[in-house]
Design a protein. Sequence first.
Length: 215
Amino acid sequence: MFTGIVIEMGRVERIEPRGDITNLYISAQKVVKDAQIGDSISINGTCLTVTEIQGNLMKFDLSRETMKSTNLGTLKRGDMVNLEPAIRPTDPLGGHIVTGHIDGVGRIRRKTDLGQSLEIEIEAPEEILKYLVKKGSVAVDGISLTVADILEDAFKVVIIPHTAAVTTIGIKKSNDTVNIETDIIGKYVERFLNPEKRDKEERLMNLLREGGFVT
C-alpha cells in the first residue's frame, strides 16, 4: 500500500524484453538506499516488485498485462518516473490510500498556467470518471491529487509548484499519458450499493465452498 507521496524521480536506464516478461531497470538515489529484493515500490503509481539491486540500479519484472494496461509499456531509456516505497506502519499517511493497482490510462489534454499553480486537464474513460468526485482524491502517475473539477470526458487537477518540481507531472506535456487509480473507498461503496454484483460474488463463493475449494 502507498500514500501517493512521491519520494523522488527515478531514471529509466534499460528496458529488456525477455519472452513474456520485460525487465525494467531504474536508477534512483533515495529509494534505492532502503530497498531490498522483494520490496514493493510504486513506479508511476504501479506496484512493482524489486527483483535485483546493483548499486543505485533497481530491476523490476513487468508482465504483458502491466505493459498493456499502464503507461509503463511506453517508457524508453532516459524517461523519468515517480517512485514511492510501500508505506510502513509508522509512516504518516500524507496523501490517501493508494493500492498501486491502476484502473486505467488517461491523457493530458492541456496544462494551464495559473500563476503560482498549474491546472491540468486529463482525458479519462467513463469507467474511471464515475468514481471521481469533486474535491475527492485521485492518484495520477502515483501522485496523490485532489480533483478540482469533473467534465464530460475529463477531469481537472491543480498542481502546486513543489509537486511540479519533484514529480513527472511538471515535465509531462499535452498528449502524454498518465496512470490513474481512483479512490478505493468509492469502489467499496459501489459494491455495497450494488446488490446484484454482490449477490453474484456471494453465489460464486458458496459454490466454491460446496466444492471444497475454499473454507
